[in-house]
Design a protein around this ligand. Structure first.
Ligand SMILES: [Mg+2]
Length: 179
């Protein structure tokens, strides 16, 4: 993980208004279950799902950019109300540039949670590059924040918890739910 006195992680987290998620290996453990017809099934974690809903409720937009384009990821995006789902893009940077242009945001407003080499070009640009615990070594090196949990096991919820906490929004959300 990149570290040093020059990096004010909390200040970077406070500027984030868009969290972009990779799908395979981040929202899933990377496993791809093929049935005999070739249809791919994926396992998503319910903690991540509620985390995404909480982020949206707090005004933190969540997007998904996947190198693969498989129905399971698109269905999960629909289920969670993630409008900015983009599947089948190994080159993720142009997709993110388009999202930012449409929303009038910059890279500084963006966090990206990734795990593998295809995420590198985007992580090199965003204000807050984040990685899951079991990301590839080069991606861990690029990240300013690394989850304790591996991909597919609540790492997304952990990232959202970190961002909302840094932004002072986590306690207010919890107070609305605790009774
Ligand atoms: Mg991945």
């Amino acid at each position: 993980m990149r570290q040093g006195p020059a990096v004010d992680l909390t200040a970077r987290a406070r500027r984030v208004s868009l969290l972009v998620l990779d799908v395979d290996g981040v929202m899933t453990d990377g496993g791809l279950l093929y049935d005999a017809s070739g249809t791919v099934r994926k396992r998503f974690h319910v903690h991540d799902g509620l985390g995404i809903k909480l982020a949206q409720e707090a005004g933190l937009e969540v997007a998904m950019i996947s190198g693969l384009d498989q129905g399971a990821a698109a269905a999960r995006a629909r289920e969670l109300g993630v409008v900015e789902y983009h599947g089948g893009h190994l080159r993720k940077l142009p997709i993110l540039e388009d999202i930012l242009a449409r929303k009038g945001l910059t890279f500084e407003h963006t966090a990206f949670l990734g795990d593998d080499w295809v995420d590198g070009p985007v992580m090199a640009r965003v204000g807050l590059p984040m990685a899951v615990a079991d990301a590839q070594p080069e991606i861990l090196d690029m990240a300013l924040w690394v989850s304790r949990r591996p991909g597919g096991h609540g790492a997304v919820r952990e990232a959202i918890r970190y961002l909302l906490s840094a932004q002072g929004r986590l306690q207010g959300l919890w107070r609305k739910w605790e009774r």
